[in-house]
Design a protein around this ligand. Structure first.
Ligand code: 2IT
Length: 444
């Protein structure tokens, strides 16, 4: 595999897709040795084939706002790779969403889903729709309009979307309501549904819980535990909420969360009231974290800044891609950070990862650490297929086992003289399963 040539080809073919390029570059640089040792992959052009999505749907979404005006958005579904199972991956509603965003996410999802141990291919979709400031009815009408097109391309054994940024339980409910009406069937074609209509218990918590189980594994590998550690988390949405909840339960002290407007710092840590208030903030559609500091006197709001300037033991980016850059990583290292774990997808810039790895800080990529979300989505698919709900204990036990398995795989393929290169471990382990499936499935 000639990495330079492959990257030049990716750039030439996708000149306006820097995020996709970034995701591809990271994977190619870390799997190249493994691929060189196994020439069969090159003989079958496996890597080249994995860089091209199976197909991409793009469509117009038109809907009517509360003033009676017609609004037009762009919708997408990228079906990236279904070698190991039906396409699976979330829908993102955010004004920054472009085809580039969804190609990078779909590519990452293919490796992540492979790591979960479940048979799920990679896909991603969404829209440039901005939920900020929208009424509940507007969100419902948008979701319905989006689904009138998307429903043609999905199915319980074909492509199973879920949530991502801007798409939580409320949006999944509206999307599923319209799917059910259009398809005249009640197959669980979306995951993250309400528990009353086929949703898995613990799916809302799963991404954050899974990430903390992964962090526990990372610390255990160094003979340490999470108890008593100080933690900075970015974001305040579903993923951040799950991470704060589990970290707090296990005795860590989370002192920061953040929003696009800045971060809040609360040296007293979180309690149930503060955790619950995060859900209220998310449901308000305002996308700001400042009200947290108005509600809780122990918290202070720092406008326009990221939480990475705060001295902590553990940093968990839980918001959006490239939210932690090179100088942020340098500050964290200077302040003695011990562990950085991406919970957002591609939360760190490549330069930031390089700084952390050079300083031998334990660093894990999102596609390993946040796989518990899609992992429990996979468990929701199983429950829907057998028409039976599982208990919280059963889901949690399986989630835990998945995260342990992903960690073990990262260690297996990422050992570098005592330092675990989780980026390499995750990419190689994720690659092997998809690549070996493609070899057996033939050129088709
Ligand atoms: O990035 C992700 O893994 C998700 N947004 C969850 C996808 C899913 O299908 O549950």
């Amino acid at each position: 595999m000639n990495v330079e040539k492959l990257l030049a080809d990716v750039k030439a073919k996708n000149p306006d897709q820097p995020l996709f390029y970034q995701a591809v570059e990271e994977v190619l640089e870390t799997i190249k040795d493994y691929v060189a040792e196994h020439p069969i992959y090159d003989e079958h052009k496996i890597v080249e084939r994995m860089l091209e999505p199976d197909r991409i749907y793009q469509f117009r979404v038109e809907w009517i706002d509360d003033k009676g005006e017609i609004q037009i958005n762009r919708g997408y579904r990228v079906q990236f790779n279904n070698a190991i199972g039906p396409y699976k991956g979330g829908l993102r509603f955010h004004p920054t969403v472009t085809l580039d965003t969804l190609k990078f996410l779909g590519f990452e999802q293919t490796f992540k889903n492979s790591l979960t141990t479940l048979p799920m291919g990679g896909g991603k979709g969404g829209s440039d729709f901005d939920p900020k400031g929208k009424s509940d009815r507007e969100i419902m009408r948008f979701c319905q309009a989006f689904m009138t097109e998307l429903f043609k391309y999905i199915g319980p054994d074909r492509d199973v979307p879920a949530g991502d940024i801007g798409v939580g339980g409320r949006e999944i409910g509206y999307l599923y309501g319209m799917y059910k009406k259009l398809a005249s069937e009640n197959t669980g074609v979306l995951t993250g549904k309400g528990a009353q209509f086929g949703g898995s218990i613990l799916r809302p918590e799963a991404t954050g819980f899974g990430a903390i189980y992964f962090v526990e594994n990372m610390l255990k590998a160094k003979g340490d535990t999470i108890k008593g550690k100080t933690v900075a988390i970015s974001g305040f949405g579903n993923v951040a909420w799950g991470a704060v909840t589990k970290a707090t339960e296990l005795g860590a002290k989370v002192i920061c969360i953040s929003g696009p407007d800045g971060y809040v710092i609360d040296e007293t840590g979180f309690n149930q009231e503060k955790i619950d208030y995060m859900l209220e903030l998310r449901a308000s559609n305002n996308n700001v974290v400042a009200p947290f500091a108005q509600k809780f006197p122990t918290a202070k709001f720092v406008a326009g800044k990221k939480p990475w300037e705060v001295k902590v033991d553990i940093a968990l980016p839980c918001a959006i891609q490239n939210e932690l850059g090179e100088s942020d990583a340098e500050t964290l290292v200077k302040n003695g950070v011990q562990l950085v774990c991406e919970v957002s997808n591609m939360g760190c810039k490549a330069e930031a990862i390089a700084v952390l790895q050079k300083a031998k800080v334990s660093f894990a990529p999102g596609k390993a650490a946040n796989a518990g979300g899609v992992g429990v989505s996979g468990l929701e698919m199983s429950q829907n297929a057998e028409h039976l709900p599982w208990t919280a204990a059963e889901v949690d036990q399986r989630l835990h086992a998945m995260m342990d398995s992903i960690h073990a795989n990262c260690v297996k393929y990422g050992q570098e003289n005592g330092y675990i290169n989780y980026v390499k471990g995750a990419n190689v382990a994720g690659f092997i399963k998809v690549a070996d499936a493609m070899l057996q499935l033939g050129v088709c």
